[in-house]
Ligand binder design. Structure first.
Ligand code: A3D
Length: 320
């Protein structure tokens, strides 16, 4: 049986890490595309040369030609520009929208059956634009944010409780940005919800609030430390988790920026919600009932995403 084909659009910090992880996990043959000449070729060769030590049997190819992504089963898109200190994700909108147009058309013409995972920021607007430009079915185009934001939340909670990260589950909903909504009552240690852990004296509400805020600021914390770019190891790992769920039809329940048309009372918008990911892409949006305060936070987040989508339509009239 032929190995799956994984196309990585963007060979920067995240793209290179994705290629390395996909090869080590033997998820499939990897094609790395970028407009920068030599960069995808150099990274693909460098990673291929790790094969004898890592003992993986997949091929890696770097390219500047979209024809090489033909027939890809998965496309992971990181093409564009990342944040620098002092920039918000939204500051990237104009420049990355143009990139989404080129990438969307490249995928439409060469890999129309792929499951597409967008990582480029501002995430919720870029995944919407990428879907519009590519014309692929909505269930086959998703954004990676919730898996990363939840992982950050889980990491901080495991530090607070001094327990294994494996036993901490967390849910983060809404847009990927300052309005993201970490849901405390759906986040647990071995099934015990966070509000119960506060009652049990494992932590205080103030400390929990501070962890929620640190999660919201998780991307900015790394940008502030790196100074020259944004996070890439954990973002790549999160996207690989989603790609694997699709390729292996795992039906994982993962928070993604997914198309909601009816779910959560939305009439056609990409926003972070719990989904089931399987062989058809988004098999289902898990339409949970939110408490009043959660709904208020979610609505604020939805408004912010709507604002960005409107701004995209203002910049590129083919989207209006
Ligand atoms: P970086 O290392 O700069 O890589 C981006 C790559 O895109 C570069 O190699 C560019 O040459 C390439 N590129 C630019 N224009 C095009 C084009 N038209 N076609 C193909 N390739 C192109 O950035 P990065 O890998 O650190 O980050 C990539 C994106 O992910 C940025 O927009 C970040 O803001 C975003 N990001 C999102 C998250 C989320 O959780 C959603 C987390 C971290 C970073």
């Amino acid at each position: 049986m032929a190995r799956p084909k994984i196309a990585l659009i963007g060979a920067g910090q995240i793209g290179g890490t994705l290629a390395h992880l996909a090869a080590i996990k033997e998820l499939g043959d990897v094609v790395v595309f970028d407009i920068a000449e030599g960069v995808p070729q150099g990274k693909a060769l460098d990673i291929a040369e790790a094969g004898p030590s890592e003992r993986f049997d997949v091929t890696l190819k770097g390219t500047n030609d979209y024809a090489d992504i033909a027939g890809a089963d998965v496309c992971i898109v990181t093409a564009g520009v990342p944040r620098k200190p002092g920039m918000s994700r939204d500051d990237l909108l104009g420049i990355n929208l143009k990139v989404m147009k080129a990438v969307g058309e490249g995928i439409r013409d060469n890999a129309p059956d792929a499951f597409v995972i967008c990582i480029t920021n501002p995430l919720d607007a870029m995944v919407w634009a990428l879907r519009e430009f590519s014309g692929l079915p909505h269930r086959k185009v998703v954004g990676m944010a919730g898996v990363l934001d939840s992982a950050r939340f889980r990491h901080f909670l495991s530090l607070e409780f001094d327990v294994s990260m494996r036993d901490v589950t967390a849910f983060v909903l809404g847009g990927h940005g300052d309005t993201m909504v970490p849901l405390a009552r759906y986040s647990t240690v071995a099934g015990i919800p966070l509000p119960d852990l506060v009652k049990m004296g494992w932590t205080t509400q103030d400390k929990l609030d501070a962890i929620v805020q640190r999660t919201r600021d998780g991307g900015a914390e790394i940008v502030g430390l790196l100074k020259t770019g944004s996070a890439f190891y954990a973002p790549a790992t999160a996207a690989i988790e989603m790609a694997e769920a699709f390729l292996k039809d795992q039906r994982r329940v993962l928070p993604c920026a997914a198309w909601c048309d009816g779910e959560f009372g939305l009439d056609g918008l990409y926003v972070g919600v719990p989904t089931v990911i399987g062989e058809n892409g988004v098999e289902k949006v898990v339409d949970i009932k939110l408490a009043r305060d959660e709904q208020e936070m979610f609505d604020k987040s939805v408004d912010a995403v709507r604002g960005l989508v409107k701004a995209c339509k203002g910049i590129d009239e083919s989207l209006a």
